[in-house]
Design a protein around this ligand. Structure first.
Ligand code: CDP
Length: 230
């Protein structure tokens, strides 16, 4: 029987981590977990319930209610991947808004929130093969992951990709706003004290600025075959 492995995909904002992760999970019949969607969901909850901006007082309140906020993933057969639910409501669309994007990286600096997320993420993998993407998957969540990938691309290429996604979804947003959001999240994610975005020593770095998603997938599949016989 083939061995199930853990594939950790980290990298800067909008580098195509989730696209690659979804394809790999389908290809290997593994679970796919978008850890960023969990931080986005908590941010969405905090916004909706007027906790943001955090201060000493409301942060204390938030720490008390966090365990009662129910996050779950439900597999969508049509789409071929799981969608995130907050207290039993599908919030996939809501969490991708620019408002959530503008707040998520500051929410993700809070240590008790990270601790809770990491606990949930570890539980989600169980004994099955898993592909998880985020910022600290190869360094904190699964330091023993068999395959660690770290994706990068120039900020302009990434902003163009994210901007055209918004345009396709008829979301009104300026290109500059998207670019600034990516740059400021990259900075916040890399500079934070708890679990900063860094390349794990044993991660393979892929700069996909000039690589198509298809070529990237072919490349990673070749690694799976050569290294893991998958
Ligand atoms: O899709 P995109 O690359 O733009 O971001 P995401 O994966 O949805 O993550 C949103 C934000 O959540 C990131 O900018 C980080 O601030 C935070 N995050 C994190 O701190 N740790 C993770 N494992 C995943 C996301």
């Amino acid at each position: 029987m083939k061995k199930n492995i853990i594939i950790a995909i980290d990298g800067f904002a909008s580098t195509g981590k989730s696209t690659l992760a979804k394809h790999l999970a389908n290809y290997l019949n593994y679970i796919y977990v978008d850890s960023g969607s969990m931080y986005r969901a908590i941010t969405y909850y905090a916004l909706k319930n007027n906790y943001l901006p955090f201060n000493e007082e409301n942060l204390k309140e938030f720490s008390k209610i966090l365990l009662d906020v129910k996050l779950s993933f439900v597999f969508n057969k049509k789409l071929g991947y799981s969608e995130i639910f907050l207290n039993n409501n599908n919030i996939e669309k809501e969490i991708r808004s620019i408002l959530v994007s503008n707040h998520v990286s500051s929410v993700a600096t809070v240590s008790f929130i990270r601790k809770h997320m990491v606990n949930l993420q570890k539980k989600l993998s169980l004994d099955k093969g898993v592909v998880m993407d985020g910022r600290d998957i190869g360094t904190v969540v699964f330091p023993n992951a068999e395959l660690k990938l770290f994706l990068t691309a120039s900020a302009e290429v990434r902003a163009k990709r994210r901007y055209s996604e918004y345009v396709n979804e008829n979301v009104e947003v300026e290109y500059d706003e998207v670019l600034n959001n990516l740059k400021s999240r990259d900075l916040d994610d890399s500079k934070r004290k708890d679990s900063p975005l860094i390349v794990a020593d044993d991660a393979l770095e892929i700069d996909n600025s000039f690589m198509s998603m298809e070529d990237q997938l072919i490349f990673v599949k070749s690694i799976l075959k050569d290294k893991f016989n998958l």
